[in-house]
Write a protein that binds this ligand. Structure first.
Ligand SMILES: Cc1cc2nc3c(=O)[nH]c(=O)nc-3n(C[C@H](O)[C@H](O)[C@H](O)COP(=O)(O)OP(=O)(O)OC[C@H]3O[C@@H](n4cnc5c(N)ncnc54)[C@H](O)[C@@H]3O)c2cc1C
Length: 527
C-alpha cells in the first residue's frame, strides 16, 4: 500500500507495476487525496496562465492501470495492526484497509499554525488548487482596483502583492506573478502601472539558498530589475486581511499575501510513533524506516542518508529515483533477492525567473538568462508524464509567443463544512456503525432514530424541526450507534466536525448545551 500520489508514491507504483508485470498474486493500492498527479515544478506557470489548468496534471488511473486507486483523505495509520483508515466518502462507512508493505510518500505541508493571522489570510503555494486560487484572486483584486476610485489605501492594498519565502517556489511564483500582472494591467486603463508593486520577503541574506551564491545573486538582480522589491533578512510575523506584518514591526498594506513557508511535516507522519529526524521519517539507505521491516519512506517526508553524509534534499529529482529503489527493495523483500542502496547524484537545479529567463546549475556549470530558460522548459517538458500532454503544452507555449495572456477569472467557490442537505422519506441520513463526521440540525421535516441489535431494530426517538442529532459520535469520537431515517421530506443544516470543533471550542455555552442533551439522550437513546 502506497500513501501519497506525488512524485515518490507514483514512481514507486510505476516501478512496482513494471517489476511485478507477470505476476497476479499481488495487489498495489495507492491512496491519494486527488485522482491526479501534479507536476509541481510547473505550478507557477499555472498562476500566470502560461500553462493550462490541466496541463500540469495527469490522471493516476491512466498512469497506473494495475494499481487500485483510492481517492480519499487518509485519516490514520496503524503500523501495529497494519491498517490505514481513510475518511468516509458519500456514505459514511469507515474504510479500513490492511497492508503487508506500507510506503509512506505523503510529502510535507505548508503549516501556518502559530503564526498570527496567517492561517486565515496567507495563501499557501503547494498544489494545483493553490495555484488556481492565486490566479483567480489576483484577477479579482485587479478587477476591484479598476473600479476603486475613492479609497486610496484600499487601492494600494489591492495592487501590492507580497510573497514570503525566497526559495525555489517563492521566487518562481513572484517572477510569474510580476510578469503576468505587469502584462495584463494594460487591459485596465484605470490602473497606472506605477501603482503595482511586488515584494519578496526572505529571512536570509540571499534568495535561492539551494543555488550557488553567484547564480542566486544573478537571480536577485533580475528580479529587482523587473520591479520586485526583494527584502532580505526580513521575516513575516503575522497577517491581517489588510496587511503583512514583519518581525521588525513594518506593516505592508496588501490584499494578496502568498507564503511558501514554513514547510512542516505532514500531520499523518507527525502522528506516527516511528523514528524521525526534524520531522522526517528516519529511513536507512534501502528506504526502510528504522526499526521496521515493512514500512518504507521516501520523498519529502523521509530523511534518507546520502552516501557522502547528510540527508537527501526534498526535491522531485530525488523522490522519483527513490521510488525506483523502494519498488526494487519491496519486490526483493517479498520474493527474496538482493536489495539496493539508494544512490543518486543530483543532476542540476533550475529556477525560472519569468520573462524568458532562468538560472540553472547543471553538472556543476552555472547557466543563466534565455538559454537557461530554454533548458528549463525543455527539461521539464520532457519530464512531464505522457506524450499527449507534452504535445499540448509545447503547442500552447508556442502560441503564447504571439498571443496575450488569458485574463479570465474562474470564480472558485470556497467549500465550507456547513451545508444544507435534503433527504426524502425512507432515506438514511446515516447508518449505525458509520463514521461520525457531521452533526445535523433539522430545519424542516421529521426523522426517526433507530438502533439494531441481534438482527432486531428498535425505534428510540422521533426528531423534528429545531432538534439536532449526530452530536454523540462527534463528541465521543466513536462511530454512530444508531441509524437516522427520514419519515417525511427532511431539510437539515449539516456541520462538519472541523467547523463543529471550532464552534464548540469558542462557544463553551454551546458545547455545554450539546453535552447536556447528550447526557439526557444517552439514558434514552444514543446517536
Ligand atoms: C511550487 C513547487 C515547485 C517545485 N519545483 C521543483 C523543481 O523545480 N524541481 C524539483 O526537483 N522539485 C521541485 N519541487 C519539490 C517537489 O515537488 C517535491 O520535492 C516532490 O513533490 C516531493 O514528492 P513527494 O512524493 O515526497 O511529495 P508530494 O509530491 O508532495 O506528494 C504527496 C502526496 O500525498 C498526498 N497526501 C498528503 N497527505 C494526504 C492525506 N492525508 N491523505 C491523502 N493524500 C495525502 C498529497 O495530495 C500528494 O499528492 C517543487 C515544489 C513546489 C511546491
Amino acid at each position: 500500500m502506497i500513501l501519497g500520489g506525488g512524485f515518490g508514491g507514483i514512481y514507486t507504483a510505476l516501478y512496482l507495476e513494471k517489476a511485478l508485470r507477470k505476476r497476479d498474486d499481488f495487489e498495489i493500492t495507492l491512496i491519494n487525496k486527488e485522482n491526479y498527479f501534479v507536476f509541481q515544478p510547473m505550478l507557477a506557470e499555472v498562476v500566470s496562465g502560461n500553462i493550462g489548468i490541466l496541463d500540469t496534471v495527469s490522471p493516476i488511473r491512466r498512469m497506473l492501470p494495475r494499481t487500485d486507486l483510492h481517492v480519499r483523505d487518509i485519516e490514520s495509520i496503524d503500523t501495529k495492526q497494519q491498517t490505514v483508515t481513510t475518511t468516509p466518502g458519500f456514505r459514511q462507512h469507515p474504510s479500513v484497509i490492511h497492508y503487508d508493505h506500507l510506503v509512506l510518500a505523503l510529502g510535507n505541508v505548508t503549516d501556518f499554525r502559530g503564526l498570527r493571522g496567517l492561517p486565515e489570510h496567507a495563501i499557501p503555494f503547494k498544489n494545483l488548487s493553490d495555484a488556481l486560487y492565486i490566479r483567480s484572486h489576483v484577477i479579482h483584486v485587479l478587477e476591484e482596483a479598476a473600479i476603486e476610485h475613492e479609497d486610496n489605501l484600499l487601492r494600494q492594498q489591492l495592487l501590492t502583492f507580497v510573497v514570503a519565502g525566497g526559495g525555489f517556489s517563492g521566487v518562481e511564483v513572484i517572477a510569474e506573478l510580476n510578469d503576468f500582472v505587469r502584462e495584463v494591467v494594460r487591459n485596465y486603463p484605470q490602473i497606472d502601472r506605477k501603482e503595482v508593486s511586488f515584494v519578496l520577503l526572505h529571512g536570509k541574506d540571499r534568495i535561492l539558498p539551494e543555488l550557488d551564491e553567484k547564480l542566486a545573486l544573478y537571480a536577485q538582480k533580475i528580479l529587482v530589475k523587473r520591479g520586485v522589491d526583494v527584502r532580505l533578512n526580513t521575516r513575516l510575523k503575522a497577517a491581517s486581511s489588510e496587511e503583512a506584518i514583519l518581525a521588525d514591526g513594518t506593516r505592508i498594506p496588501t490584499r494578496t499575501l502568498i507564503s511558501t513557508i514554513p514547510s512542516s511535516p505532514n500531520p499523518m507522519i507527525d502522528a506516527l510513533d516511528l523514528p524521525k529526524e526534524r520531522g522526517r521519517l528516519k529511513a536507512d539507505c534501502s528506504l526502510l524506516v528504522e526499526g521496521t521491516n515493512n514500512v518504507w519512506a521516501l520523498g519529502d517526508c523521509a530523511a534518507i542518508p546520502m552516501p557522502d553524509g547528510g540527508v537527501c534534499p526534498p526535491t522531485a529529482q530525488f523522490a522519483t529515483r527513490q521510488g525506483k529503489t523502494a519498488a526494487h527493495n519491496i519486490v526483493a523483500a517479498i520474493r527474496g533477492g538482493e536489495g539496493k542502496a539508494f544512490k543518486f547524484k543530483e543532476l542540476g537545479k533550475l529556477a525560472a525567473l519569468g520573462h524568458r529567463s532562468a538560472v540553472a546549475q547543471m553538472f556543476g556549470v552555472n547557466i543563466s538568462g534565455f538559454f537557461a530558460w530554454f533548458m528549463w522548459r525543455t527539461i521539464y517538458l520532457m519530464k512531464l508524464p505522457g506524450w499527449g500532454r507534452r504535445l499540448k503544452l509545447a503547442a500552447s507555449w508556442t502560441l503564447d509567443i504571439v498571443l496575450p495572456p488569458d485574463l479570465v477569472q474562474l470564480k472558485l467557490t470556497n467549500t465550507t463544512g456547513i451545508s444544507h442537505e435534503h433527504f426524502e422519506p425512507g432515506e438514511e441520513v446515516f447508518r449505525q456503525g458509520d463514521i461520525g463526521d457531521r452533526i445535523y440540525i433539522i430545519a424542516s421535516g421529521h426523522a426517526e432514530v433507530a438502533r439494531g441489535e441481534n438482527g432486531l431494530e428498535a425505534v428510540l426517538a422521533r426528531l423534528g424541526p429545531g432538534e439536532y442529532f449526530g452530536e454523540m459520535a462527534l463528541l465521543n469520537r466513536t462511530t454512530r450507534n444508531a441509524t437516522v431515517r427520514c419519515l417525511e421530506p427532511l431539510d437539515v443544516l449539516s456541520i462538519h466536525k472541523r467547523e463543529f470543533s471550532v464552534l464548540a471550542a469558542n462557544l463553551p455555552a454551546m458545547r455545554e448545551s450539546f453535552e447536556r442533551v447528550m447526557e439526557q439522550r444517552s439514558t434514552g437513546f444514543s446517536s
